[in-house]
Ligand binder design. Structure first.
Ligand code: ADP
Length: 185
């Protein structure tokens, strides 16, 4: 299956993505994780991405799109993939759709994890992962970017018949079961 997971910061996307990818035997591709690995290794990509990440802004599309295209060109995605954190705006969604169309490997579904904003601020502040972008100010900025840039993807994918929305409030197991249910329905 070729899947995309969308949801606000703190919706539990990363946790659900790891679970679904494992269950379906497909690679979990998290752009946030790839950026953080590059920041830790101080690669040129990491040095560029860090300034945006620390401010809660999106890394420029040309940088992100090229990074994802490289990842999707690797052989392990031949049997499907789960994208977590990409696309994050309509421009990225268009680039992704074009490259998947060329390869005749369109998306099968887009899972939206629904969680309200106040809920996610509390979750992010308490998760204590020590991420440098988890201060209240940067979290609120990331949520604002989500609302303005990423939320439009929901109607974009709904119009294309790909959207499957899942209630993201509840235990990790409950949410996982809901996600699997919409993917197998
Ligand atoms: P969250 O969803 O909790 O904000 P992520 O780990 O998905 O966290 O992303 C962390 C940061 O990495 C984002 O705030 C952004 O700076 C950068 N990033 C991740 N994915 C993308 C993307 N598709 N486009 C641009 N920037 C991205």
């Amino acid at each position: 299956m070729r899947l995309v997971l969308v949801g606000p910061p703190g919706a539990g996307k990363g946790t659900q993505a790891a679970f679904i990818a494992d269950k379906l035997g497909i690679p979990h591709i998290s752009t946030g994780d790839i950026f953080r690995a590059n920041v830790n290794q101080q690669t040129p990509l990491g040095l560029e991405a860090k300034q945006y990440m620390d401010a809660g802004q999106l890394v420029p599309d040309e940088v992100t799109n090229a990074m994802v295209a490289d990842r999707l060109a690797q052989s392990d995605v031949a049997g499907g993939f789960l994208l977590d954190g990409y696309p994050r705006n309509l421009g990225q969604a268009g680039v992704l759709a074009d490259s998947l169309d060329v390869a005749e490997t369109p998306l099968d579904a887009v899972v939206e994890i629904l969680v309200d904003t106040e809920h996610v601020v509390g979750r992010l502040l308490s998760r204590g992962q020590g991420r440098s972008d988890d201060t209240e100010e940067v979290i609120r900025h990331r949520l604002g970017i989500y609302a303005s840039e990423t939320a439009p993807l929901v109607s974009y994918y709904r119009e294309r018949g790909l959207l499957r929305s899942v209630d993201g409030v509840g235990s990790v197991d409950d949410v996982s079961a809901r996600v699997l249910a919409v993917l197998t329905a």
